[in-house]
Design a protein. Structure first.
Length: 365
């Protein structure tokens, strides 16, 4: 792995964060506590198997049993599928609060076996997030938690929960590898704190970043401090589609991401107030590209990318909600990942809160 700047060592990960894969099956793992991103060779040489689906019931209980803890102490932060073997990787927090431990878990694609991924004496590289919020930054990031964390609020006839955390915990909210660079979304130490960074890989000191501004239809104003919650590369890697809490979907051309400048996104959809995007993937069906958005308030949302391309910017409060969309009767979806070309893998919670891995054919969506 010398060509990618990896050397034998330890990925000293302090917190479980977003994960994604890059070239040659290298895994990128964000650590918000340390304000770093690690690149790890996970040495996954398992054979690819694209022919069928992959389903695993009670994945939280199985991971908990492997880690020696209750399912309620398994917090799955992110999910990714290895591009070659199609084994499933989970970024997991074991326990809650200050005593929580980060663990990287691999689930075997062929047999459902669960193993931890070694992070010591492995080919590894790391890069610091230089503009991360300081540990004592008193600003807060407000999210809509899926569990019983946070405080209850009454919004109209609805009772919701909100969680207030230091913005340091949202230094990195999502990542994707595009054309030789790692794109890293999250919050920064600047006044206009919403940030999208471009970090060349192999890692170097030449990282660049832009502050982001979007029009938020539900809030009726332009915003620069709300972070991207999830995003996907778009248009062959020339741009991204991103989503934010309450729930605008926004298009950003990567050519606009000039170092130190402010990039203004084109809001193309609004998926509802008091709603949080959880994950996004794109897929091809009958020769057309579509976007899937998992969210906390509705079923899985499907949007045709041709409608995104044709949508003029939403710049007024309470205006039409933008591009047409379908809401699939798939509830409780927390994470999404492409599983080869023909399936999408779902991390789905049932009514009792138990979590399962389930795959659906892209042709059926």
């Amino acid at each position: 792995m010398g060509e990618f700047g990896l050397r034998a060592g330890r990925a000293d990960v302090r917190s479980a964060g977003p994960i994604t894969f890059g070239p040659a099956g290298i895994l990128f793992l964000a650590d918000n506590a340390a304000a770093k991103v690690f690149a790890v060779d996970v040495a996954d040489l398992g054979p690819a198997d694209e022919s069928g689906p992959f389903d695993l019931e009670n994945v939280d209980a199985l991971v908990g049993s492997f880690l020696g803890c209750e399912p309620s102490d398994v917090v799955i932060r992110d999910m990714a599928v290895h591009p070659l073997s199609h084994n499933v990787y989970l970024s997991v927090q074991r326990g809650r609060g200050d005593a929580a431990q980060p663990v990287l878990v691999r689930i075997g694609r062929l047999d459902g076996s669960i193993t931890d991924v070694p992070l010591d004496d492995v080919p590894v590289a790391e890069v610091a997030i230089g503009d991360a919020p300081a540990g004592d930054d008193e600003r807060l990031d407000i999210t809509l938690p899926l569990g019983d964390e946070g405080e209850e609020l009454q919004v109209g006839e609805r009772t919701i929960r909100i969680l207030r955390q230091p913005i340091r915990t949202s230094t990195v909210t999502d990542m994707a590898y595009v054309n030789g660079a790692l794109l890293v979304a999250g919050l920064s130490n600047e006044e206009f704190s919403s940030r999208l960074r471009r970090i060349p890989f192999p890692f170097s000191d030449a990282a660049t970043g832009s502050s982001l501004e979007i029009f938020h239809v539900s809030h009726g104003k332009w915003e620069t401090t709300a972070p991207i919650r999830t995003f996907v590369p778009y248009d062959g890697g020339a741009s991204i589609l991103a989503s934010y809490t309450c729930t605008p979907v926004v298009h950003f051309p990567l050519a606009d991401l000039q170092d130190g400048a402010k990039a203004v996104g084109r809001t193309v959809a609004e998926l509802g107030a008091v709603n949080q995007p959880l994950d996004m993937v794109s897929f091809v069906q009958d020769g057309q590209e579509y976007l899937l958005v998992a969210n906390s308030a509705h079923g899985l949302v499907k949007i045709a990318c041709r409608d995104i391309d044709a949508q003029s910017p939403l710049t007024e409060p309470q205006q039409p909600v933008g591009v047409p969309r379908e809401t699939k009767d798939l509830q409780g979806i927390r994470r999404l990942a492409n599983l080869g070309d023909n399936h999408v893998l779902l991390l789905q919670a049932d009514n009792a809160g138990r979590q399962h891995l389930r795959s659906v054919k892209t042709a059926s969506l």
